[in-house]
Design a protein around this ligand. Sequence first.
Ligand SMILES: [Zn+2]
Length: 249
Amino acid sequence: MNDSTMSMGQQRVMSSTVGDLPERQQFLTLCSTLVVSSPTKKTKQTPPQKLVDVDQYVSGARAAAEKEKFRCEDCKRNFKSFKALEQHSASQKHRVSVLLQKFRKNCSEFICDKNGVVVSSEFDTDDGCVRIPVEKKVEKEIVITIKNENTDGGVDILMCRCLHKMRVFKMDGFARLQLPPGAAHSISVRVMCNGLGTYVVPLCLHLQFHGENFHIVRSLKAVCSNALVRDLVISEYSASDLYEILANL
Ligand SMILES: [Zn+2]
């Protein structure tokens, strides 16, 4: 490369600095000058962003609508086909989900005894709870009695189960049975807590009388305490208040 091929800028840099240096250093300086002044590489330019077509929005909305075509609104779940939705609608999972929603919306309707069926236990409270005081890591067994007080027909117990899974409460498997007029059936529930606090789960009975289906629900409420908690129970608070306070600490 000779002087004629260099740009004016390069010549100016060389004349001011290179001339006074030893030969080897002059060469290195020349190289670095050439590197510095070499044309910069062209960077890849991204093409300008295209405007989104209106049709794309339409097709997006269509895809969303398609996705929700087979949707169970009760469980807030989408299914790939009508058959899958149909199978889900017939499943116990769906029935439990629907029942839980109804129970939350209209609790009083579910907790009351009806159609001559009375559900009771040793630990019943007025608000439809079965409040079970337990010691930490000590199992307690309670009995819930279902009595048919009708005189004109038997009551079928079709289902008896907790609507949530909670390890604190354990029940034996249940098989459907019929209660003759005046008869009673007992269900035992074993309760054991591994930590202090309050544990609640709805226990649901699906019953049938003269062909009419109905439900009675009891909230099983295990309240786990120890001697320290009980010592704290003073007149200012009720025991249940304190348990709730301690449970939320
Ligand atoms: Zn569902």
